[in-house]
Design a binder for this molecule. Structure first.
Ligand code: DGL
Length: 272
């Protein structure tokens, strides 16, 4: 597989969540164009069957490969947890390098906090897979890992309910339960959740370390790109592209907040 400096990095998620990772990637790799796909027509992925998630992810992978993406980052924990073996072989077979968001975060947290009580929140699929506890315990056998599915959070964020009474009440209901009692560290195991990271920190009165997964994934991607010997290339104009499978007002707003500029969204139906 030969990756050129000018090849864009493909990034996808079910919706706005992957933008948290895309923005972190842009900060570390400003000279690499990105192609982003938000599958807003099929959101949320969190409680879909693995068959459906694989079907959507393969189509998106094909689309990103057609856009010359040689690295494809599944900026979605649900995809990374529920269908990773199948999707990564599919991606390799199309001469692209698959990257997921769970491995780098679990590895870093396991190494950094080997004796801690670690909580993980995510979609039903992500939590059901046990991917985070398995990976963390393989690196840090003494760590205590507890997980909680928080399925309302991604649709809540996608609908723009953030930093208000509704989201405060939902966050409190989830985080105050028994499952996450006495944790020292919290992993946001869904790429939507960094959008409410400050709300979560406030809930805990800043006493729990809330891991910034987007930053960890972006620096992992940086390491991959450096090891492939791909220094950035100054490109003229705006080479980043943003696609969605259905229009939502909030997507545009949040994309512009993250990238601090006007974002042109192209709607495209890959499944017709
Ligand atoms: N942002 C995604 C994740 O990291 C998916 C949320 C959803 O679509 O349910 O899991």
């Amino acid at each position: 597989m030969v990756i050129q400096t000018s090849d864009p990095i493909g990034i996808f998620d079910s919706g706005v969540g992957g933008l948290t990772v895309a923005a972190a990637v842009k900060q570390l790799l400003p000279d690499h164009p990105i192609v982003y796909f938000g599958d807003t027509a099929h959101l949320p992925y969190g409680d879909k069957s693995p068959e459906a998630i694989l079907h959507y992810s393969k189509k998106i992978t094909d689309f990103l490969v057609q856009h010359n993406c040689k690295i494809i980052l599944a900026a979605c924990n649900t995809v990374s947890a529920a269908v990773w073996d199948d999707l990564s072989s599919y991606t390799y077979a199309r001469q692209a390098l698959p990257v997921n968001v769970i491995d780098p975060v679990a590895e870093q947290v396991g190494r950094q906090y080997p004796d801690s009580a670690i909580g993980v929140i995510g979609t039903k699929n992500t939590i059901r897979s046990g991917a985070y506890p398995l990976k963390i315990k393989s690196i840090a056998p003494k760590a205590r890992v507890s997980s909680l599915a928080t399925p309302l959070l991604a649709p809540m964020i996608e609908e723009g309910f953030v930093y208000d009474d509704i989201s405060n009440a939902i966050i409190k209901t989830y985080l105050s339960g028994r499952a996450l009692r006495d944790i020292d560290i919290l992993i946001l195991g869904c790429t939507h959740y960094p959008i409410i990271r400050n709300q979560i920190l406030e809930y805990y009165n800043y006493r729990v370390e809330v891991v910034d997964s987007a930053k960890i994934v972006a620096s992992h991607l940086c390491t991959i790109i450096k090891s492939e010997n791909l220094p950035g290339r100054v490109y003229s104009g705006n080479a980043d592209k943003f696609f969605i499978s259905d229009h939502t007002d909030y997507f545009e707003k949040i994309a512009e907040t993250f990238f601090e500029k006007k974002i042109v969204l192209e709607k495209i139906d890959l499944w017709k």
